[in-house]
Design a protein around this ligand. Structure first.
Ligand code: NAD
Length: 493
């Protein structure tokens, strides 16, 4: 099994292991939310820097903030925080043991220790992948969900926080009181303007605690925007077995991902940062056009094909994307309804980008679960799909039919019963509210559209959109998702 000792005498050909010292290195980064994506992305970039460029001072202290992270704590700590990253291409795979995470802290067990760690002057960046819902950000109202019990807890109980804001605020407060510079906060989650959103939510939280600290955060804390990309499905027992049987590596928490990787990052790090350019990160002055391209063309398409594909009975994304109807639907939707809204990026062809995304999704070796794409829709659809519809509705001749069909798929999915009557669980922080509204409405979207944290008045009160959505929901109910797609594509012969 993996350990600092076992990798010293490693003799498996073609598997890269850390050649750098992992003991006694400084931890310049504290990362909140050590899931699959962090370990296929930022931790890999740091590994490359440590492996190829002798980078020191920037190893990662991983942190789990919520109860389910106890499993990651046990798994990682039992193998000195080493894990295997398996990049699966269509015809070639690469395997590496990653060593850039040098310790792991499980916050619920000792929240103060994590706060102190973040407040330590060695910590220059606090990075995050806590999923979209970890930000408690309402897209429709652009505000912090202060009524949420978790946020209410953190406002009241500084010693036992349970959200990112409680931890970030308490650590920044220590630095403020000691006259230390703050760390840079760096969101690596899929959200529009992720850095800007995180910072404004953090300020909103701080304002409810102490206005002086809030204005210090506002003027001193950097929070660069970033676009991040690499498909990283949930690790399965089959993956663990493959590693053990084929490669002889016993790893409790390996990560499997696609070969493609991208990170476009705004350069705003007053406390310094690793030389990420050396390992392929695109450091730019304005990330927004890249973010929009990715969130709208990739994540939007992913979610839409996820719901329609789930209802059509598919299990894996490569099956959905190679369904000729859905493939055509996504290509035409992106071309007709999404690309025209995007600000230009010099040297980037959005049509080609959209096709390359479909190509990546068709990789059968990744086995990305449709159910993974469908989870947490309340965090995803308002960020990836609804903004395109809103913008189309605001245009005199806006086109939104195909985007709306994907929303109808989501609404149908939220009933928690598939097309053959089989019940399934909806994984979403708002699951019960959504399921109740979806079942109350049946083919009438009004109940779901009434949820103010998810939908703006521009959608709710737009008759053309509501009529289209209602018709699409009926079409899906009567004919099934694929026939609904076929019917909507007739306009594009
Ligand atoms: P994961 O389920 O493997 O890990 C999610 C991590 O977030 C866990 O450590 C979990 O504890 C933490 N988390 C969840 N809710 C939280 C909350 N409310 N507060 C604090 N921590 C919380 O998921 P993942 O694949 O690592 O993806 C995480 C995020 O990374 C995505 O939501 C997305 O924003 C971004 N991302 C993922 C991919 C991908 O393909 N998986 C690609 C690009 C970006």
């Amino acid at each position: 099994s993996l350990s600092n000792n076992s990798i010293k005498n490693w003799h498996i050909p073609d598997i890269e292991v850390p050649n750098y010292s992992r003991q006694g290195v400084k931890q310049g980064i504290v990362h909140l939310g050590v899931g699959g994506f962090h370990r296929s992305h930022l931790a890999l970039y740091m590994h490359r820097l440590m492996q190829q460029h002798n980078t020191k001072d920037w190893s990662i202290c991983g942190v789990g903030l919520i109860k389910p992270d106890a499993i990651m704590r046990d798994d990682l700590n039992s193998q000195d925080c080493l894990y295997t990253l398996l990049e699966r291409g269509i015809d070639k795979s690469t395997t590496r043991v990653i060593g850039s995470i040098t310790s792991y802290m499980y916050a619920p067990e000792n929240p103060r220790a994590v706060i102190e760690k973040m407040a330590n002057p060695d910590t220059r960046i606090v990075s995050l992948t806590v999923t979209e819902s970890g930000y408690y950000h309402s897209e429709a109202t652009a505000s912090l969900q202060t009524e949420d019990p978790a946020i209410a807890n953190d406002l009241k109980n500084p010693d036992t926080p349970c959200t990112i804001y409680g931890y970030l605020y308490e650590a920044l407060l220590i630095r403020y009181n000691k006259g230390l510079a703050p760390f840079t906060v760096m969101s690596c989650d899929n959200m529009p303007e992720n850095g800007k959103t995180l910072k404004s939510m953090l300020i909103a939280f701080a304002k409810l605690k102490n206005s002086k600290v809030a204005s210090w955060i506002s003027s001193e804390v950097a929070s660069p925007n970033a676009m991040v990309d690499r498909v990283t499905p949930k690790t399965t027992d089959d993956d663990r077995e493959y590693l053990a049987k084929i490669l002889g590596i016993k790893d409790k928490c390996p990560v499997v991902c696609e070969p493609f990787i991208q990170w476009v990052l705004e350069d705003h790090f007053p406390q310094g940062r690793p030389d990420w350019e050396k390992v392929g990160v695109q450091v730019v002055s304005n990330v927004e056009p890249y973010e929009l391209m990715k969130l709208r063309l990739l994540n939007g398409a992913h979610s839409e094909m996820g719901y329609l594909g789930y209802l059509a009975g598919y299990q894996y994304i490569h099956e959905v994307v190679t369904d000729p109807l859905i493939n055509r639907y996504i290509r035409i939707m992106n071309r007709e309804e999404v690309i025209p809204l995007l600000p230009k990026i010099e040297g980037v062809d959005f049509g080609e980008y959209s096709l390359s995304v479909l190509e990546r999704f068709s990789n059968p070796a990744i086995k990305d679960q449709v159910s993974r794409i469908c989870l947490m829709g309340s965090g995803k659809m308002p960020k990836y799909v609804l903004p395109s519809i809103s913008e189309q509705l605001a245009k005199p001749d806006g086109k939104f039919d195909l985007l709306t069909l994907g929303v109808a798929g989501w609404f149908r999915y939220l009933r928690g019963v598939d097309m053959v009557g089989k019940e399934f669980e909806i994984e979403d922080v708002m699951a019960s509210t959504l399921k109740e509204a979806a079942n109350k409405g049946c083919d009438d979207p009004a109940s779901l559209l009434g949820i103010e944290t998810l939908f703006g008045d521009d959608l709710r009160n737009n008759k053309a959109f509501v009529d289209q959505l209602t018709n699409d929901m009926k079409l899906i109910s009567n004919k099934g998702p694929l026939e609904a797609v076929r019917a909507r594509l007739l306009a594009y012969k």
